[in-house]
Design a protein around this ligand. Structure first.
Ligand SMILES: Nc1ncnc2c1ncn2[C@@H]1O[C@H](COP(=O)(O)OP(=O)(O)O)[C@@H](O)[C@H]1O
Ligand SMILES: [Mg+2]
Length: 306
């Protein structure tokens, strides 16, 4: 496999959505991304923390069954594995992201930093940085030399702060936002939104010297604003048997990273990303159970001609 990175790190939460009937679904954007990257045949180091509880053991089982390295997975003796309580009110789901769980206390004790050699591609979001312990770990990783950073901000109120966004924009190489997040980040940066999304996105990209700003537009598709060419748009391809759009953004981010690692053209990255995100909308949940899903999408290593 030819890549321009020596290692891929994925930093942040792994958690369970717990429904009123007690059923639970594993997730967390970084966890989803680590699963996809592994599905593509890459070998990401997932850096997170779990509790000594049944959900934590389930995370380890899942990671083993997906052949994901657990060497960046820390165990907390006191905090529980991350949890989101889902309640349904008038058919509308409400999500309560529980505070102070294991992923809020990522310490990087495993020597992940010292061992890192060569060029690293780091993925992160914002939720895991809500607590100062994990935030300190993220700052250390993101500010290392020889590190390119992909950030999917995934803003979840009230779990983010303006200062964090400003710091992220300082170290970020590739930034992914959806339309709402774009407006929030742009206005924080004093970017004039009245000139339209495209002008504003170009201004934000330039201002923070990003290699590429990614604005995803839900079912409409997505746009890339690269440093070295005009922006490009791709419409979402058709979704034949729509299940849910859970994890569509994570699927998009994962293919974007794959394309960066494989040095694809911006056009190819964008087309493949909207394609795979649409396929994930046909899958129940954020990550497929079956590895063949990646082969069928033409994104597993065997099928990829580079
Ligand atoms: N209903 C949908 N049909 C097809 N593709 C979708 C749909 N919803 C999302 N996507 C794909 O997932 C990408 C990310 O979705 P979006 O909602 O913009 O971001 P996020 O999930 O991060 O909020 C979109 O750019 C698109 O490619
Ligand atoms: Mg998102």
């Amino acid at each position: 496999m030819s890549t321009n990175y020596d290692q891929i790190m994925v930093f942040g939460e792994v958690l369970f959505d717990v429904f009123p009937d007690g059923s639970r679904v594993m997730g967390g954007a970084p966890f989803n991304v680590a699963c996809h990257l592994r599905g593509f045949g890459l070998d990401p180091l997932f850096i997170s923390r779990i509790g000594r509880d049944d959900p934590g053991r389930e995370v380890v089982r899942q990671m083993h069954s997906r052949s994901l390295s657990v060497s960046g997975l820390e165990m907390d003796d006191h905090k529980m594995t991350g949890q989101v309580r889902v309640t349904i009110d008038n058919n509308e789901p409400a999500y309560e992201i529980l505070p102070d769980t294991a992923y809020d206390h990522i310490q990087l004790h495993g020597g992940d930093l010292k061992e890192s050699k060569g060029h690293t591609l780091l993925y992160h979001g914002t939720l895991a940085a809500r607590n100062r312990v994990s935030a300190a770990a993220l700052y250390r990783l993101a500010r290392q030399d020889n590190t390119s950073v992909f950030c999917d901000v995934n803003l979840r109120d009230p779990w983010w702060e303006k200062e964090l966004i400003r710091d992220i924009l300082g170290w970020c190489t590739y930034l992914k936002v959806n339309e709402d997040e774009f407006r929030q980040v742009a206005s924080l940066e004093g970017v004039d939104l009245s000139a339209g999304l495209e002008r504003a996105a170009q201004e934000l990209r330039r201002k923070r010297n990003l290699k590429c700003l990614i604005v995803t537009l839900g079912s409409k598709g997505a746009m890339l604003f690269p440093e070295d060419m005009e922006h490009i748009f791709a419409a979402s391809p058709g979704v034949s048997a729509f299940q849910d759009s859970v994890g569509a953004g994570d699927a998009f981010s994962s293919v974007f990273m794959l394309g960066i690692i494989r040095s694809w053209s911006w056009r190819r990255i964008l087309d493949q990303a909207v394609y795979f995100a649409a396929r994930i909308c046909e899958n129940k949940g954020a990550v497929p159970e079956d590895r063949d899903f990646y082969k069928q999408a033409g994104l597993a290593r065997e099928q990829d001609s580079g």
